[in-house]
Design a binder for this molecule. Sequence first.
Ligand SMILES: Cc1ncc(C[n+]2csc(CCOP(=O)(O)OP(=O)(O)O)c2C)c(N)n1
Ligand SMILES: [Mg+2]
Length: 795
Amino acid sequence: MTIDRQAILKDIEQRLLWLSCWTIHNANHLREKGDIKVGGHQASCASIVSIMTVLYFSVLRPEDRVAVKPHAGPVFHAVQYLMNRQTREKLEAFRGYGGAQSYPSRTKDVDDVDFSTGSVGLGVAMTAFASLVQDYVRAKSWGAGEDYGRMIALVGDAELDEGNVYECLQEGWKQGLRNTWWIIDYNRQSLDGVVREGLADRIKAIFGAFSWDVVLLKHGALQEQAFAEPGGAALRDWINRCPNALYSALTFRGGVAWRQRLVDEIGDQGDVSALLARRSDDALQDLMTNLGGHCLTTLADAFGAIDHDRPTIFLAYTIKGWGTPLAGHKDNHAGLMTVAQMEAFRERMNIREGHEWDRYEGLTVAPGEMDAFLAKVPFFARGGRRYVDDAIATDGPVFLGDDLLSTQAGFGKILDDLARRDNALAERIVTTSPDVTVSTNLGSWVNRRGLFSRENIADTFRDERVPSAQKWRFSPDGQHIELGIAEMNFFLLLGAAGLSHSLFGKRLLPVGTVYDPFILRGLDALNYACYQDARFLLVATPSGVSLAPEGGAHQSVGTPLIGMSQDGLAAFEPAFLDELSVTMDWAFDYMQRDGEGDLDERTWLRDETGGSVYLRLSTRPIEQLVRRQDPAFRQGVVDGGYWLRQPGPNADVVIAYQGCVAPEAIEAVGRIGEDRRDIGLFAVTSADRLIAGWHAAQRVRRRGDHSATSHIERLLSGLPPHCTLITVIDGHPATLAWLGGVHGHKTVALGVEHFGQTGTIDDLYRHFGIDADAIVAAASNIAPGRPIRHLGAVG
Ligand SMILES: Cc1ncc(C[n+]2csc(CCOP(=O)(O)OP(=O)(O)O)c2C)c(N)n1
Ligand SMILES: [Mg+2]
């Protein structure tokens, strides 16, 4: 670094420190919003400003992507503000309605956030999967683009407590992870306190074991200089022996306290005493807080020295609250400078009152010099870094001719059909699965399209002529990414692959298969992927209790409710193959939409914006009693439901079902129909889309457009008031129980509320009361009319 450059970077670092603390202060003390304090995080910002200064203004290139630790959000916004890419209005409204977000958000912020963060640990691992996706895309004939970027995570040290970080380490090692940097803001403080001694040694050992390079940034240049002075070695030893908590406490207390302690413990009246005596109290505080993560030169040298693509972790020692009166206090995580402290801080930072938001306030270099410097910062040289890629046309539904098949098997056959095609759709599909590739029916797709790895790996079993249905050949052309069992990794990969068009300019159509109950294992990562607006098709089997003898531990009860409540995810549970075919074709299109948020005036769904899709499928083979491909059928399937048997005007009973209990519902209708008039049978393909449309139409009506009517309101509008709805699902009954609320019909909701019981499908359906007998009994008990003759035995 030249002297000038160093001065400019120092100025920028101080501007970032000021602006981030001011943004938070402003949101808490100045904005009118009652007396609610919204939390500090000034200390979390202060500990990482030096690192972010060096990265954003010197080291990064436009192709690099960064996940910023959640509580450094204000620093990130300050970086963008300095570059004129964030507005003062948004910063003044920080954490407010329409303002800059507390934690960087791809979807809600306007300033080019690469990866959202917030749930600690996920942004960290996301970078590893983004790197894997980068490798995948660039290995393909259609994937050429800009240079390989480094996927960088700025990590709070407490984030390393999150298990998903280590799950991803193991996966990364298997996949030959590269171009990934994790920079640990090692301030040795979390939310509640100071981290245990010796964490650095554990980190070194763990990351070393997975072939990461570990770079320690413990001391800054000032400290290194002092260590070279007579007595310096003793000072170095003392620092290295000093417990984290004591170091933090002395930092908080300042120069006088340092001197007292150091004199007490290593003051020898000789070299060390002289070394200390040469420094004022302020200079001593500067020296002792000059850790590697706060030294611009040390940081720039360390990042600049990396001339390889191996994954690298930088352990940058920092001080939480560095440069502020909060420095080092163990309670400073949510701490906030008082108005008086902020005043003193303002003066020390050379900020004139009323000029707090001025971009160049308090600079030591001339504004012209700063202008010239900022105009050439490499990271910002190309402007915005959000890419787009053309949408890929779908081929229309692949209809299957089978008479008896499960939706899971149907899914495998449809993918197999797509795999035979030589077109863009087949080319851009990438599948993945957490070690359940074969058991979720992806086998034939993988046989045709191969597994991805950067290097060719032969299929040993095939070469050794061991007969196997699976051709397990790895190559750069492969289109299946095989993951270990960790479901967090699975959802993080879907998240990264589902952002490929935006991150790398090349669209992928990710399809992930998982056991339905284990969605829960990766739930936060699923939520995280949706929050970032990643686009993917999630296919989950087996589901419910219909997996039967497979065992109680694998039953999923609440997943339909997850599908309904997860924002950004349209959930379907088709029963018949034709429904599945229509849904999959629609899904590939829906995943690629990026229109405005206007509501569809037929369904009142937000369909123009698109999103991800979840198919809850079943391993239960079902006789294909429904064979339809006509437009009305297709529309009904996509909108969330259709009449399998239209109710008559005097219907006493309507049976509504979702998913693989269709045969039970159909049988029950046949039996009830003899004794009840006009009975209707309603096939629900997506309770999620039905309820979303209903709620949206209600909102539109409240705003004055009384003509707004949703799909479900139209479908149920002809039912007489006395009609009873009986709903049934192999899942939590609340999924469909709300149907009665649409027009005020009495409802009996059948479903599963307990898990763990094993048995055949017949046993379990009887046990949980979702078989035809139970449906008939419900109709007999509750709906008025003469007794139903075909009641059968109810267990
Ligand atoms: C999954 C999750 N659990 C809990 C929190 C609440 N939380 C926010 S920050 C934090 C501790 C952060 O400590 P660290 O990572 O060391 O950050 P820094 O010290 O740099 O602020 C916690 C527990 C969260 N954001 N995400
Ligand atoms: Mg910390």
